[in-house]
Write a protein that binds this ligand. Structure first.
Ligand code: NAG
Ligand code: NAG
Ligand code: NAG
Ligand code: NAG
Ligand code: NAG
Ligand code: NAG
Ligand code: NAG
Ligand code: NAG
Length: 788
């Protein structure tokens, strides 16, 4: 039985880690969910063996193996309906209600060991250890809505403030007081509390509403890091488990959101400068919900629960799973509860790009953040024997590497990609002393370099695959190495195949800030829409810095004392937006999460530093399903003029329109919903800061209504400007002008989309925008059109 379990676990793990963007397959720890990797030969063999193995056992046995029945307990998440005739005043009342759902077998045997988490806000329900039979029995009980087996989600793994236009002493930082008084909570892998980024100089004590606690021993918490708890161990643990960061991810994300100023930060001597988070005077609270191999859903929900209870203002969630209906999506459910309490929730979009419909965290009450590049390059150049040079990146820049030409080799095996996986060069005797070309594949770049080094290779040129395009990562390699674009790689391979004695070397060029660059460009790994769960809501919402980001790290990368690392992922872009949200919250304490999101989206930039439309990893203009509203522009976001300001109740008719089963809505909303009395709207009619309409084949007209609120000067007049749309659709906006005479006044407008009959759409998608322009403001609402 044990071998079988192990086998199935191995199988699941392999599937899990190999699906998705190739680069991140083994980055699993930091770099999130992966859906589209090609299966490597080894995996294919394991898969085939696994299938044969499973087929060889009887269906009953197979079910038993997966569900783990009888003697063994596993964690289940149980969602229940609270009786309306009783009041649950205390946590203890709630706890005893939940315990009443435990099966008698579990109740009699050592109840304490069965309850794992008892949720107060994030979910109407609890997590408990049950056998499969018990879980079935619980499912049958009156008042039980859903019973789900535990699920493990994954983490989506300084110059950015300057790049985003935040400067000391002026503008938004000054106006928002650097985020003073705002509490940012993070659900992550824990934190290294003694990091200089968590120095609390100038940070006032937490506001009176703060109810959280710090489970580090002694004086590790301060006015910067005001809370730290772990939800990895059972709540009944007699001694609090300190939420130390064992991966580095949580230290990196929290210092990105609200790290203090740290001078002379660098990683392996590169990206030197003052490191600082987006909201340097905001408070941080860490909720550890992830360990090395992932983030259990029951822990994530416990983290949401505690953060809501403790009184955070912003929640930063750099993790996720695959796209799931919201009633099965734990982050969507925890975030819903948080948003209902006025907490702003920012989540990573996922690292499964560039493939479309690869998003995580698609619910409209979440800010979904994609990743883009910044204007900094940690440069190295591959020089070939024929004099051609190709620029790329690497974090490891050895000063003592002599750039003499050396023999070049591309150890290709039968046309397959050679990603220099561990052991793959074992039988090659021709690696020693050479510069080795490796394809970026499912092997982590640093592991590929180690393989080359182990076989005596002197240097490595890592070449991007087609889907990686021009996105290059600066990794902490173990040998002289450079990662180059797909196009450069093709040229290098052509040279290798045609030259009689191919030669190459690498020139290390250090860190450069490129003033006129294509930054911000969408990173290849950044997950793309359209939104699978709610096609009428455009996702991602926004992009922000997520490629080669320097931030805090729990241990030095070299012999220096510098505790920083450069890593990439939508995990890195999410906390940038969390920090910006904190700055807005500090400036406008009364703004709702929806108003903050609207301000961020309607002021986003759609142009790069060259003044051209933002591009993606192909260097062609990125589509709206890659960028959402565009790139974050904090200084504009603080003064948006108009906002789409929904109330928490507006999501109910939206959910009634999206989901026909009222029990499934109840699971999300945590109370009984009667859609026929509340009414329902189609998803595209939610008052969202973007518009997505679909034309079914027989439909020619679609009308959408939106309502904006004046948060600019009391007397303002706005006129609509419509971006021309490439596609057989005309757009009418009514009225053409919005006139406001008071602060907080609202006005509605209608957009009529008319499809030209008898004309075929050149592409199934079209995009554009409506911008409301006044003397001082420009409020841009992006539009996506889908022809079904
Ligand atoms: C907590 O759970 C552990 C096992 O998970 C059990 O041994 C212990 O008795 C429980 N402690 C309390 C105080 O309930
Ligand atoms: C905290 O410190 C006390 C006294 O130094 C020690 O006994 C205890 O084990 C520590 N707890 C943790 C969780 O490190
Ligand atoms: C998504 O991918 C499919 C197949 O590759 C393609 O036909 C479609 O146009 C893509 N959609 C978008 C929005 O790029
Ligand atoms: C780090 O220190 C060790 C031992 O002191 C030394 O062998 C090694 O070369 C040093 N590494 C670097 C990058 O300086
Ligand atoms: C409605 O949803 C609940 C909870 O997920 C489920 O148990 C039930 O079967 C669903 N009902 C229908 C008619 O689909
Ligand atoms: C839902 O509301 C409608 C209209 O108000 C009412 O007729 C119906 O009885 C309600 N259903 C339930 C289950 O309460
Ligand atoms: C669609 O819109 C066009 C132009 O506004 C109008 O002439 C036509 O009557 C509309 N059709 C329907 C079915 O509403
Ligand atoms: C506008 O509304 C906000 C709350 O959203 C409130 O704090 C503010 O005082 C209002 N301003 C005016 C002028 O009514």
């Amino acid at each position: 039985m044990r071998t079988m379990h192990f086998f199935i676990l191995l199988l699941l793990y392999t599937i899990d880690t190999e699906l998705g963007n190739k680069r991140y397959c083994f980055f699993f720890k930091f770099e999130m969910e992966d859906q589209k990797c090609k299966l490597s030969p080894t995996t294919s063999i394991i898969l085939i063996l696994g299938i044969i193995y499973i087929l060889s056992i009887s269906p009953a046995n197979a079910a038993m193996a997966v569900a783990d029945t009888r003697s063994s307990l596993s964690t289940y998440i149980i969602q229940v309906r609270k009786p309306t005739d009783k009041h649950f005043a205390t946590v203890e009342d709630l706890d005893s209600l939940y315990r009443s759902f435990l099966p008698t077998t579990a109740a009699s045997s050592n109840q304490e060991q069965r309850m794992v988490h008892s949720y107060q806000h994030a979910l109407s329900g609890f997590a408990a250890k049950l056998t499969a039979e018990e879980a079935k029995a619980v499912q049958e009980k009156d008042g039980v809505l859903q019973v789900h087996p535990e699920e493990v989600l994954s983490l989506h793994t300084t110059r950015t403030p300057d790049f985003l236009g935040l400067h000391q002493g002026v503008g938004l930082w000054k106006d928002s007081n650097f985020g003073k008084g705002v509490i940012i909570g993070l659900l992550d892998s824990g934190v290294f509390p003694d990091h200089p980024s968590f120095n609390d100089e100038g940070v006032p004590p937490p506001p009176a509403k703060w109810k959280g606690r710090c489970d580090f021993n002694g004086t590790s918490c301060n006015n910067k890091l005001i809370g730290a708890r772990s939800f990895i161990n059972p709540i009944n643990a007699t001694q609090a488990v300190p939420p130390y960061d064992d991966t580095g991810h949580g230290t990196h994300t929290s210092s990105t959101a609200a790290g203090a100023f740290v001078r002379d930060a660098s990683a392996l001597g590169n990206a030197k400068g003052t490191a600082v988070g987006m909201a340097p005077l905001a408070h941080l609270a860490m909720y550890k919900v992830c360990v090395d191999d992932g983030c259990p859903a029951s822990s994530i929900l416990a983290g949401f629960d505690a953060a809501i209870e403790d009184g955070v203002d912003v929640l930063s969630v750099s993790l996720g799973g695959n796209s799931k209906p919201f009633f099965k999506d734990w982050i969507a459910q925890g975030a819903f509860a948080a948003t209902q309490k006025g907490i702003f929730v920012s989540c990573s979009a996922g690292n499964s790009g560039p493939y479309n419909t690869s998003l995580s965290n698609e619910a409209p009450w979440i800010l979904t953040v994609g990743a883009s590049s910044i204007d900094r390059s940690i440069e190295a150049t591959a020089r070939l024997g024929n004099g051609l040079e190709f620029d790329g990146e690497t974090l490891y820049q050895p000063h003592n590497f002599h750039p003499a030409l050396l023999p070049l080799i591309y150890p290709e095996i039968d046309d397959r990609i050679q990603d220099c996986a561990k052991g793959s060069l074992r039988f090659r005797s021709d690696i020693r002393g050479k510069v080795v070309v490796c394809d970026l594949g499912s092997t982590e770049p640093v592991v590929a370099g180690q393989e080359v080094k182990d076989r005596g290779g002197v240097a490595m040129i890592l070449v991007n695959g087609l889907t990686d395009g021009y996105t290059t990562l600066a990794d902490a390699h173990v040998l002289p190495a450079v990662e180059v674009s797909y196009v450069a790689g093709r040229e290098i391979k052509r040279y290798f195949n045609t030259a009689s004695t191919p030669m190459a070397t690498i020139l290390f060029k250090g860190t450069h800030i490129i003033r006129r660059s294509v930054a911000p460009a969408v990173a290849s790994f950044s997950s793309r829409g359209p939104n699978r769960q709610s096609p009428g809501i455009l996702k991602p919402d926004i992009i922000g810095p997520g490629l080669n980001i320097l931030a805090g790290w729990p241990f030095p990368l070299d012999n220096s004392t510098n505790l920083f690392n450069v890593i990439s992922g939508t995990s890195m872009s999410c906390p940038h937006l969390s920090g910006v949200a904190a700055l807005l919250k500090s400036t406008h304490p009364n703004w709702s999460p929806e108003a903050i999101k609207s301000a961020i989206m309607t002021t986003a930039t759609t142009f790069n530093m060259e003044g051209r439309p933002i591009v993606d990893e192909t260097l062609h203009p990125a589509d709206i399903f890659a960028t959402g509203a565009g790139h974050i522009n904090p200084s504009k976001a603080v003064d948006p003029g108009l906002v789409y300001d929904d109330g928490p109740q507006d999501y109910i008719p939206y959910l009634c329109g999206l989901i026909s089963n009222e029990s499934q809505i109840e699971v999300i909303v945590k109370k009984k919903v009667n859609c026929s009395s509340i009414g329902s709207i189609p998803d595209y009619q939610l008052n969202y800061p973007s518009i997505t309409v679909s034309f079914k084949p027989s439909v020619t007209n679609v009308s959408v209504t939106r309502t904006v609120k004046n948060v600019g000067p009391a007397k303002s007049r706005y006129q609509s400007v419509v971006d021309p749309i490439k596609g057989p659709v005309s757009i009418g906006v009514y009225p053409r002008e919005l006139v406001f005479t008071e602060a907080n006044q609202t006005a509605s407008y209608r957009v009529d989309f008319t499809r030209e009959v008898d004309s075929k759409a050149p592409s199934p998608y079209a995009q554009g925008a409506i911008t409301w322009v006044s003397a001082r403001h420009s409020v841009r609402t992006p539009i996506a059109i889908v022809f079904e």
